[in-house]
Design a protein around this ligand. Structure first.
Ligand SMILES: Nc1ncnc2c1ncn2[C@@H]1O[C@H](COP(=O)(O)OP(=O)(O)O)[C@@H](O)[C@H]1O
Ligand SMILES: [Mg+2]
Length: 227
């Protein structure tokens, strides 16, 4: 089996809902994602999908257990080290594109690189233009996000997620806000990147139609992960 990009062992998450009450929304979870795997995460609303993605994305820390990402145990890392590892290894796509309207489309694609390098470089902009070509938006770099359709904006968000050449892209309902045609295009785009670059994807989706096109189905119900 290919080397895992991610390994969760006994990961739990509890939220404080008042003092001292706590509720466990993710129960002892073991999950491993192999390099280049294209997986769907499927579960009803409130089952813990976003909680799991936030932990994997190093945006939140688990209440128990260990998370290994890109060969590194993350538990003892400082916030700065977590930020660096996140920036180097992960790409994020959310349900809403979160593009910044004051920045051009190309600058939006460059944001993860700007966060890393603390400046906008010529090579970053060149890379953004190449990615915009790849997501079917050639020559769109100089436009404003507000000039684009919802589907086009989400394609820009996918380009932004890919700009650091992440080993794993986490996509939380990336097509939840799109019409069927645009959803299909976004999905096809991610699948193509997966095949061409070996990028692993973990995609939360409610669509059985889209999930069918994934290599692996990971199910979650009431904070219990299987598959
Ligand atoms: N910050 C939080 N504080 C307390 N409870 C939370 C918090 N975030 C999520 N939850 C609860 O955890 C459970 C799982 O939520 P979530 O991971 O968002 O589910 P999903 O993404 O599958 O809809 C839900 O019951 C939700 O209400
Ligand atoms: Mg969610």
């Amino acid at each position: 089996m290919a080397k895992p990009v991610l390994a969760l062992e006994g990961v739990t998450k509890r939220y404080r809902i008042g003092t001292p009450a706590e509720v466990e929304v993710l129960h002892a979870t073991n999950l491993s994602l192999a390099s280049g795997e294209f997986s769907a995460l499927i579960g009803p609303s409130g089952s813990g999908k976003s909680t799991l993605l936030n932990l994997i994305g190093l945006l939140d820390r688990p209440s128990g257990g260990t998370i290994q990402l890109a060969g590194q145990q993350t538990g003892r890392l400082t916030e700065a080290a977590l930020t660096r590892l996140r920036g180097e290894s992960l790409g994020f796509v959310f349900q809403f594109h979160h593009l910044i309207n004051a920045f051009s489309v190309a600058e939006n694609v460059c944001l993860p690189l700007m966060a890393r390098d603390r400046r906008l470089t010529r090579s970053a902009l060149t890379r953004a233009e190449a990615l915009l070509d790849a997501v079917g938006l050639p020559g769109f770099g100089g436009r404003w996000p507000s000039e684009l359709s919802g589907g086009q904006q989400q394609r820009v968000a996918v380009a932004r997620a890919l700009v650091v050449e992440p080993m794993l892209v986490l996509a939380d309902e990336p097509t939840g806000n799109l019409d069927t045609g645009s959803a299909d295009e976004i999905f096809a785009l991610m699948r193509r990147f997966n095949r061409e670059h070996g990028t692993a994807f973990l995609i939360v989706t409610h669509s059985t139609e889209l999930a069918r096109r994934c290599d692996r189905h990971i199910h979650i119900l009431d904070g219990q992960v299987s598959g």
